[in-house]
Write a protein that binds this ligand. Sequence first.
Ligand SMILES: [Zn+2]
Length: 300
Amino acid sequence: MKTSLPAEKVHKTRYAPTPSGYLHLGNLYSFILTAILARDSGASILLRIDDMDRERFRPEYLQNIFETLHYFELPYQEGPKHEADFFQNWSQQHRMDRYTKALDELRQKELLYACACTRTDLQKASLQSGCTGNCSSSYSLDDPGLNWRYRTPEQSQFLQMFNGETRAYSFPVSMKDFIVRKRDGTPAYQLCSVVDDAQFGVNLVVRGVDLLESSIAQVALSHSLDNNSYATAVHFHHPLLTDQAGHKLSKSEGAESLHTLIKNGSTPSQILTLLAQRCSINHPVSHWTDFTYSELTSIV
Ligand SMILES: [Zn+2]
């Protein structure tokens, strides 16, 4: 069954994996759903790898991304073709000037403040996010070693959804004044993601429902940046695949990591069959094109 969707509205989507662990069946599920949505809407696919978090980055995880996409013949038209190409042309390290420019703009608009609060401070104050006190009047953005927080809006954010609806979301407590520059001076995930998706012209964002609050935060951030188109992107938040015990999958070297399955000799068809079983799909699958939109979106 073909997808019914606002096809005229979307022209580019992306796979946006982070090389912070080995990919699992849930990541494969997300890639396949993205490929199907792209195919059915005529959108192209960008491979955009988030490697700003250097603490968690490992070369074998980067390699695992390419290994997975190639193994399952998952298509993409733009982005790095292999590791060397990635380091040379596509790493987020090459786009540092764009992130700095966005941070400068937010600073000029007085939407940032420096915060010294640690995660422990927040926990003690029973806060999920934000600042526990008066950091904004106690510190300057020029002080070293402090997080830069973005003053998040009070009002609801409107997201364009894949089914054509515009949906209003109140601003999530967990994203209150989220960090846009970390204490080591590097730009944070939400900022890089918004800048990158807008720069590459992505206007269909497919991600797990666990990232809905990120989407709301990113739409708000996009509205604060001149000429940033992220706020107009169409969003599709898919259900999360769970393990047999119903737990969320995590990136690890466990039995269900794609790396382990491939290393142990499982064929693409065998792994796709495992995925199909997890999605309660009962017909044979040997390629990602054997899955359908309606099957993949009704897994709960
Ligand atoms: Zn603070």
